[in-house]
Design a protein around this ligand. Structure first.
Ligand code: HEC
Ligand code: HEC
Length: 329
């Protein structure tokens, strides 16, 4: 069976290459916004002097335990709560935010990764904004002068060039996702949800703070988080930390790069391949699908390659990690 969603970057080729028997996308229709977003990023007052280095008071930087690969882009993450309000974690460890919260993720490249202080090329700033209990998605593409960014609902491609940490020139066609693509990754059943802010993904030490303060305790002390003792779960392993066991690193990599779709409430639910870190190994189906996984993450054909959205090139470090893991099974 083949299903093509017309006018969308999502082409599902079910039953080929990955070898799954069927592919039901009937209940996976895109989720529309319920609120209208401002046309300009500056309307939200996130970066008052136009620099992402100096976000407004009330927009707080946060860090995740393990990284999502997006075509080598660098990312900055901010969270904003209405005055006096706090966030908390539910019994599954997912952050629960009050209405009018805003989550902000800016994607940029260092023209020369060896000299980060020499400047950044800002590409897009994605936001999630909660209005009347519903999250809304939007991305803002930075102008050439890098003075402001403008709402873009249908996605586009932009050529980026940079010099990597080894001094090699790199170029690719970076893809800014459409609202429909946002909703594919950010869906939980029929609603939009944040992905990164989970207790195990945020329970890390802040390396740039005195005494390497715990991020969760830092937010609690700042009056932004209501913390319960159960929230202090062991952090998700950093997949780039080679001192950690291979299977732990691989499961963390699959969690952050794949599990938002490959879960029982996600876009790839019909594959029954569940890649969340907390899913017991036998329930993931990784063992039975190990050849499919390797085939799909190293594919050069974009219709076959996984993750299905969000990247245009394979993640060579991630492929090497998953290959070693698959060979160890
Ligand atoms: C390929 C899947 C994918 C697509 C497409 C995608 N996101 Fe995300 N997004 C993620 C993942 C995974 C995270 C958490 C990890 C991180 O922060 O790097 C995330 C994080 C975020 C965050 C920070 C808060 C959070 O949920 O963790 C915002 C804001 C965000 N995305 C907005 C958007 C918007 C707006 C779009 C569409 C323009 C979009 N995303 C498209 C996967 C995706
Ligand atoms: C944007 C959502 C999305 C993300 C992210 C994603 N997938 Fe998928 N994946 C799908 C969909 C939808 C299908 C079913 C259609 C198809 O086979 O192409 C699928 C199919 C597959 C299949 C074939 C089915 C099977 O069980 O044999 C494998 C293997 C797979 N994905 C692995 C991964 C891995 C590994 C990652 C992370 C590196 C990943 N996917 C990330 C959406 C996604």
């Amino acid at each position: 069976m083949k299903t093509y969603l017309i006018n969308s970057a999502i082409i599902l080729l079910c039953g080929v290459a990955g070898g799954i028997g069927s592919c039901d996308v009937g209940n996976m229709a895109p989720i529309a916004n319920t609120a209208t977003l401002s046309p300009k990023l500056s309307d939200y007052g996130i970066f008052p002097d136009g620099s992402i280095e100096r976000p407004a008071a009330g927009f707080h930087k946060y860090y995740l335990a393990t990284q999502l690969f997006t075509d080598y882009a660098e990312k900055q993450r901010l969270l904003h709560l209405p005055r006096g309000a706090r966030f908390s974690f539910d019994s599954s460890g997912n952050a629960v935010f009050p209405d009018s919260s805003i989550l902000v993720k800016t994607f940029f490249y260092y023209p020369d990764k060896r000299k980060p202080a020499a400047g950044k090329q800002l590409i897009e700033t994605r936001i999630l904004i909660k209005v009347k209990g519903q999250w809304n998605v939007g991305t803002y593409k930075w102008n050439a002068a890098q003075t402001d960014a403008f709402l873009l609902e249908n996605g586009t491609d932009e050529t980026v060039n940079w010099v990597n940490e080894r001094g090699l020139r790199q170029t690719l066609r970076y893809h800014i996702p459409s609202n429909e693509e946002c909703s594919s990754c950010h869906r939980s059943g029929r609603s939009i949800t944040p992905i990164g802010p989970k207790s195990r993904n945020m329970n890390i030490s802040l390396m740039d703070h005195p005494n390497h303060e715990s991020q969760l305790l830092h937010f609690q002390r700042a009056g932004l988080l209501t913390l319960q003792p159960d929230d202090l779960l062991a952090p998700l392993p950093d997949w780039q930390d080679s001192s950690i066991a291979l299977d732990q690193r691989a499961r963390a990599y699959l969690d952050v790069n794949c599990a938002h779709c490959h879960s029982s409430t996600g876009f790839a639910e019909s594959t029954r391949l569940f890649l969340g870190y907390e899913v017991p190994f036998s329930a993931t189906r990784i063992g039975a699908r190990k050849d499919h996984i390797l085939h799909r993450i190293q594919a050069t054909n974009p219709n076959i390659r996984m993750p299905q959205l969000g990247t245009t090139v394979p993640d060579s470090a991630g492929v090497a990690l998953i290959r070693a893991y698959i060979q160890s099974l």
